[in-house]
Design a protein around this ligand. Sequence first.
Ligand code: 1CP
Length: 338
Amino acid sequence: MTKQRFFQCVCEHKNTRPVWFFRQAGRYLPEYRALRKKQHDFLKFCYTPEYCIEAVMQPIRRFDLDAAIVFSDILVIPDALGQPVWFEGGIGPRLQPLCAGNLTETLNAKRYVQHLQPVYDGVSGMVSALGTRPLIGFSGSPWTLACYMIEGRGSRDFFSARISALLDASFPDLIALLEEVIVEHLLRQIDAGARVVQLFDSWAGILSPRLFDLYVIRPTRRIVVALKKSRPKIPVMGFARGAGCKNMQFAEKTGIDVLTLDETVDRAFFLPTSQVDMVFQGNLDPVLLLGSRDVLQHEIERWKQDTIHQPWIYNLGHGVHKDTDPDQVQFMIDCLRK
Ligand code: 1CP
């Protein structure tokens, strides 16, 4: 994968650096909140292609962004494996935790593809609606999915999941099962028309170096190898949120094409690697969108200057926060494209 080919792939309809955002669709948009009123059950919403296509197109129509990400959620995978998953308003996702000692016992790996068919139907519809604009498929990474599946909810430190990674003899079986399902899930999104895929390891940053190697780097590498074997032209973007300096090994050892950086990473650390054939993405603090325009503009200018010699996809270090004013997003896009 050359840098140039990647740019052609993500941004063929314009001659500027691509701009898109994590959670560009979602609760900060009044039109999304109105659409969500039609289906209060978030998982059912995710399995209704018509709603997902509309949710994807809302930020595209409003902001003319250069790419869109599939509207879905990482937790459709545990749901498709038969683990009870539900979303509680104001609290977030809840899951019935897996059984310690035999983590894969209650999971049914036979039904998931059929269960996720509405997601793939949605992907085809999104691709048609987007025209030449690329659609990014995605999945949660094994470690991050295991975090929610073991803990049963969002958490600051996923303590039970970390203990499980350290002590539970069946933990590697769970990771192996998830790798297989994730590869299949991404291949199906690619076959439905996704042109790039992104792996979200949102909780990579809470692992010690040894466990980071075992459960972030190695599974990601195996997934990338499997994807490249059958779809060599599809770029893979990796996001090990919170990984700090471990991002370097993550990029070098996994075979990803694009390294997504969260807002806590000092990009100066990565800029000397511009000889490496790596495209970067992200790094701008989503909180800036809730602050003053002066500071936002100043930070954007600094960021543009810093990354001038490096292929860099303009994106935030994490999703657009739900309290963000959409006008601030427009202002940011205008500054980026200036
Ligand atoms: O409408 C609502 O009330 C639901 C809010 C919401 C939305 C809009 C959730 C619940 N998920 C999503 C969509 C979503 N999730 C997308 C597509 C939209 C887009 O980006 O434009 C994507 C890519 C995700 C991925 C996702 N879900 C991640 C990985 C990225 C990240 O944020 O770190 C994670 C960890 C989730 C789990 C999840 N789903 C929803 C919430 C609130 C959460 C986070 C739970 C927590 O706090 O731990």
